[in-house]
Structure formats: structure tokens, C-alpha cells
Write a protein that binds this ligand. Structure first.
Ligand code: IPE
Ligand code: IPE
Ligand code: MG
Length: 252
């Protein structure tokens, strides 16, 4: 049975997907340790889970999928692990970019580009440029990303505009900051999923997740699959989003 583009059927219940799902892909190391394997193997399997997640998100009609792939704080890991993660990112882009492009996925990268190796930068640029006009799904890759750093960069840009006489400081409001964030033009996440059982935000989309629903899944990221994504969406659909008001709003 083939599923319609924007609706999945789960036990007879129609699964209306949120517009934007963001994922904190956590637990690769513990997945590996539990099997007596090196952490590197957990990260390798994590890439397989990422492939499943992108495919499932497209099938379910999710328009924007954001993945937290490397945080601004992840540099504090042992150099060998940082190198493994950089290598996996490069391999993912090299191997999967053509397929993502064929499947109508637009890639957008958020996070600080400063300090990244030239080969990593070139691949991220290539991914964005090749897929810029695709419309089916947007895959937002948060790489060297930190929410605080992103907000600070946005504030700096606004300050620079003010000094240059292009912006009246008295007019600065939330919209000004939003327009200067890496995510400018993207909708806020409706649903943030974190795997591994940890229940924290770890500097992810601090600004954008102001009214997101959070679902914490008790599985390690390498075990993530379409069923896990559907379970998170079912839980999301049970929530009542009020956005500070008194009556529920569906959001998206
Ligand atoms: C998530 O898994 C991957 C990245 C942070 C890049 P972890 O490597 O954090 O795995 P745990 O949390 O140590 O199990
Ligand atoms: C968050 O996971 C970062 C990514 C998933 C890329 P971490 O494993 O780095 O977060 P903490 O250290 O447990 O908060
Ligand atoms: Mg972790």
C-alpha cells in the first residue's frame, strides 16, 4: 500500500503531520557502549537513522525537518571523536546529496560557519546551492550550532546595522532579531523530539522553540525509525497548544 503524500495511516487514525519537526539526535555513544562497541560505531549507525528519518519525514509530509548534528559545545569532545563526526558529515553529504536532490529535499545549514575546515564548508555550500530550488521538504542541518551563539550573532548584526545608520535602535523588536537569525524565513518548530531519554534542550533552537511541544523518546538515536517518528507525532497531536491564550490552537 502506498501512502498519500501528506497523510499516514496509523491504526486507522490519520496522522496529520506538524509543519516543522526538529530533532536532537542523542544517544549514539550509549547505543555503542551498550553493545561493547566504540562510540564511533554509534555515530555510524546514527547516520543510518538519519537517513531513515529524512525518508520518513518526506513520506509523512513534514515540510521542515531540522536535525542537530553538531553543537557549538561538541568541540569539547576528544579530538578523535570530533574527527569521526566531521568525517561522517562529509561522507553523508558526498554520498547522499544527489539522492536528497532527486527527492526534492532543500538543504539549509544553520550554525556558525566560522572556524570550520575549508572542505567541510565547501560541502555545506554545495549542498545548499544544489538544492536551493527544491520544494518538497527542507532539511535544516544544525552544524556547529548553538542557540545562544546564534542569538548573539543576530544581536551583533542588528548593532552593526544601527551603527551604519540602517537601523533605528528604537525600532529593534523580536522581529528584528528573528530576521537576523540563521533560521530567518523558516517557520518555528512545532515539535522538538529528543532521543536517549535526556530531557534538556542543550542549546538547540532556544529562540525558535519558544512554543514548541517537546517529546522525549526513551530510545537511542541509532534505533530511531519511522515508527518512532509516528509515535512522537501521535503524542504531539494529543497536546493542547495555547500560545499563551486560553483556548487551544491547532498550530500546524
Ligand atoms: C549524539 O550522540 C551525537 C552527537 C552529539 C553528535 P552522543 O554522541 O551525544 O551520544 P551519548 O549521548 O554520549 O550517548
Ligand atoms: C546535543 O547532544 C547535541 C547534538 C545532538 C548534536 P549532546 O549529547 O551534546 O548534549 P548534552 O551534552 O548531553 O547536553
Ligand atoms: Mg549525547
Amino acid at each position: 500500500m502506498s501512502l498519500p503524500d501528506s497523510v499516514s495511516i496509523l491504526g486507522g487514525v490519520s496522522l496529520d503531520p506538524p509543519l516543522h519537526v526538529a530533532v536532537i539526535m542523542d544517544g549514539n555513544g550509549r547505543w555503542a557502549s551498550a553493545r561493547g562497541l566504540p562510540r564511533r560505531e554509534g555515530h555510524r549507525q546514527g547516520v543510518e537513522a538519519l537517513r531513515r528519518a529524512v525518508r520518513a519525514a518526506g513520506d509523512l509530509g513534514i515540510k521542515v525537518l531540522t536535525i542537530y548534528s553538531f553543537s557549538a559545545e561538541n568541540w569539547s569532545r576528544p579530538l578523535e571523536e570530533v574527527n569521526d563526526l566531521m568525517g561522517l558529515l562529509k561522507r553523508f553529504v558526498r554520498k547522499d546529496l544527489a539522492e536528497l536532490h532527486e527527492n526534492g529535499v532543500r538543504v539549509r545549514v544553520i550554525g556558525d560557519r566560522k572556524g570550520l575546515d575549508a572542505d567541510v564548508l565547501a560541502l555545506l555550500d554545495e549542498a545548499e546551492q544544489l538544492t536551493a530550488d527544491n520544494k518538497r521538504t527542507t532539511l535544516v542541518v544544525a552544524f556547529n550550532y548553538g542557540g545562544r551563539q546564534e542569538i548573539a550573532r543576530a544581536a551583533r548584526k542588528a548593532a552593526e546595522d544601527a551603527v551604519a545608520g540602517k537601523l533605528d535602535p528604537a525600532s529593534i523588536d523580536a522581529g528584528t532579531i528573528e530576521a537576523n537569525l540563521d533560521t530567518a524565513g523558516l517557520p518555528d518548530p512545532d515539535l522538538v523530539i529528543r532521543t536517549s531519554g535526556e530531557q534538556r534542550i542543550s542549546n538547540f533552537l532556544l529562540w525558535q522553540a519558544a512554543y514548541a511541544e517537546f517529546v522525549f523518546l526513551p530510545i537511542y538515536w541509532p534505533d530511531f525509525d519511522r515508527a518512532a517518528l509516528e509515535a512522537a507525532i501521535v503524542e504531539y497531536r494529543r497536546r493542547e497548544r495555547r500560545f499563551g491564550g486560553v483556548t487551544a490552537r491547532t498550530g500546524s
